[in-house]
Design a protein around this ligand. Structure first.
Ligand SMILES: Nc1ncnc2c1ncn2[C@@H]1O[C@H](COP(=O)(O)OP(=O)(O)O)[C@@H](O)[C@H]1O
Ligand SMILES: [Mg+2]
Length: 446
């Protein structure tokens, strides 16, 4: 009897051991598979960065030449035209964008951007094929005439002679800013000078200008980055805009933060010490906080390190790609537009939306916020990679606390309450916690 029990027991433990062995085998296989898939994604990301198509200097210079030839033919105007095209005060240095984005060129700007000084600056314009520029401007003429309810056929008018009133331009602008930002001008506020410079009167004879000024004005106003930078210029959150020539505008040089999203970052010359990175992170947090306090809070919908620029002289941070920055009203409108079957369908770049699955319609509400995106996409590297992200490898005396704070901030998800889904505004406590932990981290660091 005892020997039968012994055989049973041995058999049982043998089966259990085999079970455990199979289980551990599956587990080990799973872990290896997971690590490999992470690695493949990582390798793919590194390769993408290496093979990303940079812009070509000659393509960029061709754009400037085209703008200048339009200026010489009196088809566009603006305060940048003369220094750029006649006086050679704005000189091309190199292109900065990746193909298919905007045109972005670094230039040296003498005695125009800052009087009496030669400073670095950038020329920017929404990407358009050079051959399509003229057509694009004709399109703008048509839009202006229709919006101003002028009956003339656009092909029949002579743009240099066709008169447009300051009043009709102001009304157009007012409607656009009202729709975009809910912006209401103060009594007697000069709307045209808000989006141009005070010297716009140079382009007017009494209350009239011509279609050359109107199309140049409208071609920059229609670019979100130009418009938002001008309207909110007093807040100092975007690079200053010095001037424009047709649709091409010139902005303050605020170089972007080096991305720390790959292992390759360690070999990039701009890879900075912990102290510098912590300082930049604090400045980014201040920018996010500042944006929350604005009269019309703005949503950053394309958040990544190179979109935060650091001012070379005072280390202040500005947001340098304002094309996907939206005010509350226009974002809600755009988020609320499409039909959906899942929440991802409602997102606008990094601004996440909410799908009401019963009706198949997106709710007009953003479910994440600027702070959360900064923590997830700038401070923290990609999942499971502790060695990437602006705040990777922190000094050991703050490592646990900082990692916990960054994770809570990045994973701070919006919950549905009885009142429905609500936009989650940045958590002030987390923001202050991060600032003080970063400040402490610099007390004894490399
Ligand atoms: N004001 C600026 N000062 C310095 N560099 C800039 C500025 N604006 C853009 N850049 C550089 O050009 C790159 C592309 O500009 P960005 O506005 O992001 O264009 P895109 O719309 O193509 O993404 C940025 O990542 C940054 O490196
Ligand atoms: Mg960009």
């Amino acid at each position: 009897m005892q020997s039968v029990q012994l055989i049973c027991w041995t058999l049982k433990s043998k089966i259990q051991r085999q079970k455990r062995l199979v289980l551990s085998g599956v587990l080990v296989f799973g872990v290896i598979w997971f690590m490999l898939s992470q690695k493949t994604a990582h390798i793919r990301r590194e390769v993408n960065i290496l093979t990303a198509q940079p812009c070509s200097d000659s393509d960029s210079q061709e754009v400037v030449e085209k703008i200048c030839s339009l200026y010489r033919n009196q088809e566009v105007t603006g305060d940048l035209c003369r220094p750029l095209c006649d006086e050679q005060l704005v000189k091309f240095v190199r292109c900065l964008n990746y193909k298919h984005g905007k045109y972005v060129m670094q230039v040296k700007c003498a005695n125009f951007c800052t009087p009496g000084e030669s400073v670095s600056a950038v020329l920017k314009m929404t990407h358009k094929n050079v051959s399509e520029l003229q057509e694009h401007l004709k399109h703008i003429d048509k839009e202006l005439l229709v919006k101003m309810q002028l009956q003339e056929q656009v092909d029949k008018v002579k743009i240099q002679e066709y008169a447009i009133t300051a009043r009709s331009l102001s009304i157009l602008l007012q409607d656009l800013l009202q729709a975009e930002y809910g912006f209401t001008p103060r009594d007697g506020q000069d709307m045209i000078s808000l989006l141009w410079n005070n010297n716009y009167a140079d382009h007017f004879q009494g209350a009239h200008t011509n279609l050359v000024f109107a199309r140049s004005f409208w071609s920059v106003v229609l670019q979100n980055e130009y418009r938002i930078s001008k309207v909110f210029s007093d807040w100092d959150v975007f690079p200053q805009i010095y001037g424009s020539c047709g649709p091409l505008y010139i902005a303050e040089n605020v170089p972007g933060v080096t991305p720390f999203n790959t292992i390759l970052s360690y070999f990039v010359p701009g890879y900075q010490s912990w102290k510098n990175r912590a300082q930049t992170a604090i400045a980014i947090l201040h920018l996010v906080q500042h944006m929350e306090m604005m009269e019309y809070p703005l949503h950053l919908c394309d958040v990544k390190s190179p979109h935060f620029g650091v001012m070379p002289d005072n280390n202040k941070v500005k947001f340098i790609d304002a094309d996907t920055v939206f005010a509350d009203g226009s974002l809600r409108r755009d988020l609320g537009m499409p039909a959906c079957s899942q929440h991802e369908d409602c997102a606008l770049f990094d601004c996440e939306g909410w799908c009401h699955k019963e009706t198949g319609k997106c709710r007009p509400v953003r479910t994440n916020n600027n702070l959360q995106m900064v923590c997830a996409k700038v401070f923290r590297g990609p999942l499971l990679s502790r060695n990437t992200g602006l705040l990777s490898s922190p000094p050991s005396h703050v490592a646990t606390q900082l990692t916990n704070l960054v994770n809570s901030c990045a994973d701070d998800v919006t919950e549905v309450t009885q009142e429905g889904i609500q936009m989650k505004t940045p958590d002030d406590g987390l923001l202050h916690g991060l600032v003080s932990c970063l400040t402490e981290s610099m007390s004894t660091s490399r």
